[in-house]
Write a protein that binds this ligand. Structure first.
Ligand code: GLA
Length: 394
């Protein structure tokens, strides 16, 4: 993919100057820990070998030229770092590019004068709307390119936080930091256990023996995702405010489930109770999952995946018929130890932990049944775990 991209770069931006540098920014999959990150809880993501490739070359002026091979109808989108960078719904994905530059400039303050423009071409193979972090992948890619072309060094965590700001403030999606963190900090064949409250993290080898994580993409067009997501975030804040009357906590995930049960009488609203119960039990499931993976107890790991799905379905109400259909079909197949939705929900993708030798039969059985029940097809691919965003020439 990257070789062809260099040829395209020369055609689009000219071969008269030096070639650009090549980059890869991964997608991510979260194995367990749904909607815990913005509640100060644990998540268990990994960076994927699916992702976005790019060629970028610095410019001497402050113009950014951005061309996506996934959206060739948009042509080269040009903006200046000296103009007011504002969200524009007609800009689609370019908003992530503009937003990232905006917050990097803002963060650098007086030093922002050192940031130069760039000619950038990208080509991604992350299925759209798959819940695999495509927006964070473009944010972290642009962050890397902006720093490299301008000769600026910034901490990965700072860049991840600025990427989250793009989502929260520029786009208006009140997401947590998991996607940006996993895409910055990913390591080949490692899962990251991240405490999104303290930002402490550790790597856990993704040793699934003769099992794999199969990603199942619903292909549902999501229209309600961001608004419904923000409602969940708001409900968690409301539940937290009530619990804070009696508990000295900063985040919902600071409470153990046992402590929550003692305080749950404070919450009258059944919906808020359900939301908090999901978040707090899910946080505990992540820690158990990490232990079961380390102990190579894949049966227990798989069971936790399915409990997570049920909690996201029943208490957090973010699954929907497409994800539920895939997960219910999956867990009935031979060689499957567990399955759950991943990402924000309302569509996007689910994952299954499946014995390698059964993958072929699984797809032969699940794909046509999903198509018949839902009316369009799902896509299936095996998760392979990659390093975080990086320069391919290094
Ligand atoms: C999206 C957000 C993440 C996280 C997940 C749900 O992927 O970007 O921050 O909240 O949803 O776990």
């Amino acid at each position: 993919m990257i070789d062809g991209l260099m040829d395209d770069f020369r055609v689009i931006f000219g071969a008269d100057r030096q070639d650009g540098a090549a980059y890869f920014s991964p997608a991510k999959v979260n194995l367990i820990g749904g909607h815990t990150d913005y509640n100060g809880g644990h998540v268990f993501p990994a960076a994927l070998t699916l992702g976005i490739y790019a060629i970028a070359r610095k410019r001497e002026d402050r113009i950014v030229n951005f061309y996506s091979k996934n959206y060739i109808e948009d042509g080269i989108v040009e903006f200046s770092l000296d103009e007011e960078l504002e969200f524009n719904s007609e800009d689609d994905g370019v908003n992530y590019v503009k937003g990232m530059y905006k917050y990097i400039l803002e963060y650098l303050g007086a030093d922002s004068a050192n940031v130069v423009g760039a000619d950038i071409i990208v080509h991604g193979n992350i299925p759209s709307d798959s819940g695999l972090g495509s927006s964070a992948s473009i944010e972290m890619l642009i962050a890397k390119i902006a720093c490299d072309t301008s000769g600026i060094e910034m901490e990965p965590l700072t860049l991840a936080k600025l990427g989250r700001r793009v989502e929260n403030e520029f786009i208006g999606h009140k997401s947590g930091i998991m996607d940006q963190f996993a895409i910055e900090m990913g390591k080949k064949d490692m899962v990251i256990l991240l405490n999104a409250g303290s930002m402490k993290y550790e790597y856990v080898p993704a040793e699934f023996g003769n099992y794999s994580i199969l990603i199942m993409c619903t292909n549902k067009l999501r229209r309600v995702k961001d608004s419904a997501y923000n409602v969940r975030q708001q409900q968690c804040q409301e539940a937290l405010a009530i619990l804070k009357q009696k508990a000295d906590i900063e985040n919902l995930c600071d409470l153990s489930y046992a402590a929550f049960l003692k305080l749950s009488y404070l919450i009258d609203d059944e919906t808020l109770l359900m939301r908090a119960r999901h978040v707090i039990t899910e946080n505990e499931r992540v820690l158990e999952a990490k232990e079961t993976l380390e102990a190579k107890d894949l049966n227990a790991f798989g069971a936790l995946l399915y409990s997570s799905h049920c909690s996201l379905r029943d208490d957090y109400e973010v699954t929907g018929v497409e994800l539920d259909t895939l997960v219910e079909l999956a867990i009935k197949q031979k060689g499957v130890l567990g399955a759950r939705m991943t990402g924000a929900g309302f569509g996007g993708s689910a994952i299954a932990l499946i014995k390698d030798t059964e993958i072929h039969n699984f797809i032969l059985s699940v794909a046509p049944t999903y198509q018949r029940l839902i009316g369009y097809s799902a896509d299936f691919f095996i998760a392979r775990i990659s390093d975080g965003v990086h320069n391919l020439d290094d």
